[in-house]
Write a protein that binds this ligand. Structure first.
Ligand code: AN7
Length: 343
């Protein structure tokens, strides 16, 4: 076992001085989802690329091994990012691994519990901004011009180099390109990275990027000043790589669409019903695909589809526990238990 840089170094455009700071990220499973495929009814063959199984629970680790390794190679001591949560946890972990300090700016009160806890556990300095992710990103970009800190948001090109590896893994596991790849879109780094990775290997799956309806600047064609969605990971109104994402979707013969919060949560439940629990944002790609299928805008008969599920369900426990009644309680009494189960 090794990390992604050791495995794919010749395919990644990284400076020669780049070190190898790794937590053995990548190598995530491509899980067949026959029951969900049958339910969707389009005659498709469906796989989930389960990125929640990376070391910090999201796909961000692929980009972070590259960005932190590059920064470490030129002696950087402090890294900074703005984040809806997963980038923060990942930056904190890889900075810790490299012996660096991490500073993470998050939108106040809008980061899921598992992500905030991660950033704190790995020892980052966490700062809440009384504003949105987009406001926080503006601040860290400015600060990185004034202070000796390295920016590790996906504006950093090395992040995309690392994230390309997910495309390579899919091609290797399937033995070729899927017909469609669907995935959530927030700051639009990941869809851009997948397209770079597929192109580098001469593969051309169609890309279906999916934003949350309350945070869908790439669908609306304009920035969203106050984005709002249950999928807090993609609560982003001014995607840094928006133009690149739109170009990637178009070149691939695909598109970017929006899915409602209701559809996103329903898809989270359907995925969990087949054993794959993902955070809300991670269900957005498939929620968008399901919408397109049921509206008759996609023909997937006999097609192979990969859905990228970007983050683990454990990242956002409160989206589940906040909506449920407390589980039933029984006394330590077999009869009482049997009566309860018979109801
Ligand atoms: C689970 O952590 O932007 O379109 O600051 O956490 O590459 O931004 C997270 C984004 C999808 C969107 N799924 O990816 C952050 C952050 C999950 C995410 C996305 C994010 P991009």
């Amino acid at each position: 076992m090794s990390g992604l840089l050791a495995k794919y170094r010749t395919w990644l455009d990284l400076p020669a001085y780049t070190l190898d700071i790794t937590l053995h990220e990548g190598g995530t499973p491509l899980i067949p989802m026959p029951r969900l495929a049958a339910e969707l009814g389009g005659g498709l063959e469906l796989y989930v690329k389960y990125e929640g199984l990376n070391p910090t629970g999201s796909f961000k680790d692929r980009g972070m091994t590259a960005a932190i390794s590059e920064a470490a190679g030129r002696g950087v001591q402090t890294v900074i990012c703005a984040s809806t949560g997963n980038t923060a946890a990942s930056a904190a972990a890889y900075a810790a691994r490299a012996g660096m300090k991490a500073i993470v700016l998050i939108p106040q009160g809008k980061v899921a519990a598992g992500k905030l806890a991660g950033a704190v556990a790995y020892g980052a300095q966490v700062v809440q901004v009384d504003g949105s992710f987009d406001d926080a990103l503006g601040l860290v970009v400015e600060l990185s011009h004034r202070q000796p800190v390295a920016l590790v948001n996906s504006i950093n090109p090395y992040r995309l180099e690392g994230q390309k590896t997910a495309a390579f893994e899919i091609l290797e596991t399937l033995g070729g390109a899927p017909d469609w790849l669907c995935l959530p879109v927030g700051n639009a780094g990941n869809i851009s990275a997948y397209w770079l990775g597929f192109q580098q290997r001469g593969a051309r799956p169609r890309l279906l990027g999916v934003q949350a309806a309350g945070a869908a600047p790439l669908v609306l064609g304009q920035a969203v000043e106050q984005p709002e969605t249950v999928a807090t990971a993609i609560r982003i109104g001014r995607p840094a790589r928006g133009e690149q994402a739109l170009a990637a979707a178009e070149e691939s013969g695909g598109r970017i669409v929006a899915a409602s919060d209701t559809a996103i949560l329903a898809m989270q439940t359907r995925l969990a019903a087949e054993g794959v629990w993902v955070e809300p944002a991670s269900a957005a790609g498939l929620a968008g695909l399901a919408d397109e299928l049921s509206a008759g805008r996609l023909d997937l008969q006999g097609r192979r589809v990969v859905a990228v599920c970007t983050g683990h369900g454990l990242k956002d426990p409160e989206v589940i526990t906040g909506r449920m009644a407390a589980p039933q309680v029984v006394p330590v009494d077999l009869g009482a238990l049997e009566r309860l189960l018979a109801d």
